[in-house]
Design a binder for this molecule. Structure first.
Ligand SMILES: [Zn+2]
Length: 263
């Protein structure tokens, strides 16, 4: 198992490739202007697609549900972690089922929380094993991330609990990501709106941004843990859940799992 690739290292490498492509384009410019323009455009589109979670360039991404039905989905990434019980408690109090994009590494640490997600009717989906960024990774590495997460969830909660939906860490994808994800039988998920709850802006801000974002078909991105620092808490997110659910009710929106939203 290789070290997870961090966000900064990935961005540095993509920028280096982009600069090399621009240099190649500049060299070719006089003799082959069309080719030079092609190289420059490919570099720009590749970099844009890699870091844009809902871009279709590296394969289709489910980023929202149908807008003609009054439903929306709350989704939580990076857990299970130390704040997941508080989030599950809050969802249970509201009678709301959500979707958890779990990390395999975290499912190994907190198998009882994966069982609790299952028992309380939430959807369990995959966020990969170790939260490493996939942009520069080949298909073998991506498949390994998926398989290790499947194994961890199966060991925690039994077969058939992990649904075949995958959300890449930070939504960042590379050319190999889609091929690997599709060959493993997964759909790729993005999100409609994120509210930057991972910056811990306070429960009121998380709730206010979520209320503004919620609309028919919305897939709302939240976090029940921290993908890079597993001991970090997400108490602001947990505390915001009652207000988020209240806002959904006021807008006449039923909160459902991702699979139900896109069914
Ligand atoms: Zn994440």
């Amino acid at each position: 198992m290789t070290e997870p690739m961090t966000k900064n290292r990935t961005i540095r490498r993509v920028v280096a490739i982009e600069l090399a492509m621009l240099a190649a384009a500049a060299t070719a410019w006089r003799r082959r202007p069309l080719m030079a323009a092609g190289i420059a455009a490919a570099g720009a589109i590749g970099a844009w697609a890699a870091f844009r979670p809902s871009s279709p360039v590296f394969g289709p991404v489910v980023a929202r549900g149908p807008a003609d039905r009054p439903r929306a989905a709350l989704t939580f990434d990076d857990g299970p972690g130390p704040s997941t019980p508080a989030i599950l408690d809050a969802l249970a109090d509201e009678g709301v089922r959500a979707t958890f994009f779990v990390l395999g590494r975290q499912a190994r640490r907190h198998p009882e929380l994966v069982r609790r997600m299952r028992d309380e009717g939430h959807q369990v989906a995959s966020h990969g094993y170790d939260h490493g960024i996939l942009v520069m990774r080949g298909p073998g590495h991506v498949r390994d991330q998926l398989a290790r997460t499947e194994e961890a969830v199966r060991d925690a909660a039994g077969p058939g609990v992990l649904t075949r939906v995958f959300r890449a860490p930070h939504g960042f994808r590379g050319p190999a990501t889609w091929a690997a994800v599709r060959s493993a039988g997964y759909r790729m998920a993005g999100w409609t709106k994120g509210v930057f709850d991972s910056a811990d802006p306070g429960p009121d801000v998380v709730a206010r941004r979520s209320a503004r974002a919620l609309s028919p078909g919305c897939i709302l991105l939240l976090h029940d843990a921290d993908g890079w620092h597993p001991d970090n808490l997400r108490l602001h997110t947990a505390a915001a859940i009652p207000d988020i659910c209240q806002a959904a009710r006021e807008k006449g929106l039923e909160l459902v799992t991702l699979d139900e939203l896109i069914a």
